[in-house]
Write a protein that binds this ligand. Structure first.
Ligand code: AVJ
Ligand code: FE
Length: 438
C-alpha cells in the first residue's frame, strides 16, 4: 500500500534513527557501569539518565502519540522528564541501571520502527514528511552532543578516539562584506525544521562585515597576552563579575605550563594548543570581551544567518552556505567524525557564495542575540522544546560543531545557552557595522 516515494522517505528516516542509536551506543558502551551512573559535572546528567531519557521521549512521541499504542513504561515518565528534576538532582533518582536503560531504549525503538512501518507519513502535521520521527532523531542527536560534552568533562583516560580533523591554511581576506538589504530568515519549507526556525520572514539587514573564518586559538592567545582577562573595560559588568568570581583566565580546559606553553585537555588527552584551530570552550562573556578588544562585536543572529544562507546572485536563502544539498565530509566538520574543530581554511568546499567559511560544523558560534520566537511563531509540537526558553537568560548559537549530527544542523538551526556556559563546543567569529553608502 506504500508508494515508492513514501518507501524512500521511510528508509531515510530509519537510517537517521539508526545513525542516532549507533552514536548513543558508541558514547555509552565505552564506559563501565560506575562511570555511566556517575555525575561527571553538576551541570550534566549521569549518562545513564540521557540514555533512558532518549528512550522515554521516543516512547512519548512515536509509540504513544504517533502510533497510538499503549504506554510501555508510564512509571518512568516523571523520572525522565527534564522539567521535573534539575540536572544536579538526577543522580539521586532511582534511575534504571545501564542494562535496564539500554533494554528500555531498545524495546521502544522496536515499537517505534513498527509505528514507522505503519505510518502514511502524511495527514496530520506530526506525521507529515515524517516530522515526528525526524524530531526524535534530532532529539537523540542533541543528547548525543550533550553526552559528548559530558565525556569532555569527565576525568580519566580517553574513552573515545577518532582520526584528527583535516588540516588547512586560510589565505583569503580577513573579513567579508555582506551588502545591505533584505533576506528571508527562517523557513517554511524545510520539512524537518523545528518550531523555532519557523516561519520564514524577511529581515532587512544593514551592511556589515563578518570574519571569513572563526576566531582561532592564535588570535585568542593575542587577547590573553594583551591582558584581555585583566581589563574590566573589555567586559560587560556581568561578564566581569563572573570572570572574577570564577577566576577565569583562559578558555575552559586550557592550562599554561612554567615555560608559558599553553596546553589543552580534550577527551582525556593533553596536547599543545594548535594555533590554527578555532578557539572552543569559551563563554558568551569571553567571546564578547574578545570582540570588544578587537574593535569589533559579535554578529547578530540575523547577520549570521544572512552570511550563511543568502545567495546574492539568486536573491534567495539557501539551506546551507554551499547550496541546498545535505552536508558531506568535504563541506563541513560534523557528526563526531573528528573529535576536534578543523584548522581554519580546511573546508573551502563549504564556503558561502560571498566566501565565508566554516559556518557549519567545527564550533557553535555565539551571536549577540537573545533567544526569541520569530514573528508568527507557533509552538509545535510542545512548548517545552523552545517557547518556554524565549526571553530567558540565553544567547543564540549557530552553525553546529564537530559534535553535531547533520540531521540537527542547518542554516536555519538555532541553539541557545546561558552566557556563562563553556562546556559546550562553543567558539565565535566577529563582525562590524559598515558605514552606509550614499
Ligand atoms: C537545543 C541543545 C538547548 O539540550 O537543552 C534536548 C536540546 N531539548 N532535549 C538542550 C534538547 C530537549 C536543548 N538545546
Ligand atoms: Fe531531551
Amino acid at each position: 500500500p506504500h508508494s515508492a516515494d513514501t518507501d524512500d522517505l521511510r528508509s531515510r528516516i530509519a537510517a537517521v534513527l539508526t545513525r542516532a542509536r549507533d552514536r548513543t551506543r558508541a558514547l555509552t558502551d565505552c564506559l563501565d557501569d560506575t562511570e555511566l551512573m556517575a555525575q561527571h559535572s553538576r551541570i550534566m546528567s549521569p549518562l545513564v539518565w540521557d540514555l533512558a531519557h532518549i528512550g522515554s521521549q521516543e516512547e512519548l512521541w512515536l509509540v504513544r502519540d504517533v502510533g497510538g499504542r499503549d504506554p510501555l513504561r508510564p512509571d518512568l515518565d516523571d523520572m525522565y522528564d527534564a522539567f521535573k528534576h534539575a540536572r544536579s538532582d538526577r543522580p539521586a533518582l532511582p534511575l534504571l541501571d545501564p542494562a535496564a536503560a539500554r533494554g528500555y531504549a531498545a524495546t521502544v525503538r522496536d515499537k517505534a520502527l513498527d509505528v514507522l512501518d505503519h505510518s502514511r507519513l502524511s495527514g496530520n502535521a506530526l506525521e507529515r514528511d515524517g516530522f515526528a520521527f525526524a524530531m526524535i532523531a534530532q532529539h537523540e542527536q542533541q543528547h548525543d552532543e550533550t553526552m559528548l560534552a559530558t565525556h569532555q568533562l569527565r576525568a580519566g583516560a580517553a574513552a573515545l578516539t577518532a582520526p584528527p580533523a583535516p588540516r588547512g591554511e586560510y589565505r583569503g581576506p580577513v573579513e567579508i562584506t555582506v551588502p545591505a538589504g533584505p533576506f528571508a530568515m527562517g523557513t517554511d519549507t524545510d520539512p524537518w525544521a523545528l518550531d523555532n526556525e519557523r516561519p520564514a520572514h524577511v529581515v532587512d539587514v544593514p551592511a556589515f562585515a563578518i570574519d571569513a573564518v572563526p576566531v582561532t586559538n592564535a588570535r585568542f592567545l593575542e587577547f590573553i597576552a594583551d591582558g584581555g582577562y585583566q581589563r574590566p573595560e573589555l567586559w560587560t559588568e556581568r561578564g566581569w563579575a563572573h570572570r572574577t568570581a570564577e577566576g577565569i583566565t583562559a578558555p575552559r580546559f586550557w592550562e599554561r605550563d612554567t615555560d608559558g606553553t599553553w596546553w589543552r585537555r580534550r577527551f582525556g588527552t593533553t596536547a599543545a594548543v594548535r594555533p590554527q584551530q578555532p578557539v572552543v570552550h569559551v563563554s558568551w562573556f569571553e567571546a564578547d570581551a574578545f570582540a570588544r578588544w578587537a574593535g569589533r562585536r559579535l554578529p547578530t543572529e540575523a547577520e549570521w544567518e544572512k552570511a550563511a544562507r543568502f545567495d546574492p546572485a539568486a536573491g534567495r536563502s539557501r539551506r546551507f552556505p554551499w547550496g541546498d544539498d545535505d552536508p558531506t565530509p568535504d563541506r563541513a566538520n560534523l557528526g563526531q567524525r573528528h573529535l576536534e574543530p578543523a584548522d581554519v581554511g580546511a573546508y573551502p568546499a563549504g564556503a558561502s557564495p560571498l566566501g565565508v567559511q566554516q559556518l557549519i560544523g567545527d564550533v557553535w558560534e555565539w551571536t549577540s542575540s537573545e533567544f526569541h520566537g520569530y514573528p508568527g511563531f507557533a509552538a509545535f509540537p510542545y512548548r517545552e522544546y523552545s517557547e518556554v526558553f524565549f526571553g530567558g537568560d540565553y544567547r543564540v548559537l549557530r552553525g553546529g560543531s564537530f559534535g553535531t549530527d547533520e540531521v540537527a544542523c542547518r542554516g536555519t538551526f538555532r541553539n541557545w545557552d546561558h552566557p556563562i556556559r563553556r562546556q559546550i563546543f562553543s567558539g565565535f567569529r566577529c563582525a562590524r557595522t559598515l558605514p552606509e553608502r550614499r
